[in-house]
Design a protein around this ligand. Sequence first.
Ligand SMILES: C[S@@+](CC[C@H](N)C(=O)[O-])C[C@H]1O[C@@H](n2cnc3c(N)ncnc32)[C@H](O)[C@@H]1O
Length: 195
Amino acid sequence: MLDERVRVVLERLEGEDASERERGLPPEQRSRQVEPTTGRFLFSLVAPQTDCEVLELGGSRGYSSIWLAAGVRHLGGRVLSLEHDPAKIEAWRRNVEEAGLTEWAELVEGDAFEQLARIDDVFDVVFLDAEKDDYEELFWLAREKVEPGALIVADNVLSHPDPLAQYSAARQADPSLLSVTVPLDRGLELTVVLR
Ligand SMILES: C[S@@+](CC[C@H](N)C(=O)[O-])C[C@H]1O[C@@H](n2cnc3c(N)ncnc32)[C@H](O)[C@@H]1O
């Protein structure tokens, strides 16, 4: 079972997300967070890796960041999350702090396109969960931050076939990558960089 502080924050965020959807709030006012099963999946991808460095594009209020940070806490590592919306940034900081994960998760404030150019680190796992029309460009920027063996995970590839079917097809056709669509929740494209 997850530690109590983490569990309490995740459950609260799940409740808030459900309530915002029920009230029909527009997407920009909602967290647009991943499903709990996707959170567990992300946790499972990073927890077995030693010193796992994770880059997250689209941190929102911290729901997926908390799953990832709870995962890397096991064998060491860090989550660097990028977010540009001031209200989401404030909530992200509060939620990660409340979950007791500030040692394992860090937020970079600002536009991913600008901020990525300033980041020199090399990552083992990238979680791509920003605006769908930006995935292609963000993939190529993220690819500059990884080495062979790294994993790039993109959410929503089945819930948003337009434009993301093309994203998956391009990854699967690229001989320098090994890519598979995992039909979990909104659909995840898992892409391993081979060379
Ligand atoms: C789908 S939500 C992310 C949900 C989050 N991964 C979770 O599961 O909790 C997308 C987020 O990406 C942010 N975003 C979109 N484009 C961005 C950009 N270019 N730079 C930084 N953040 C961006 C949005 O403000 C939004 O909060």
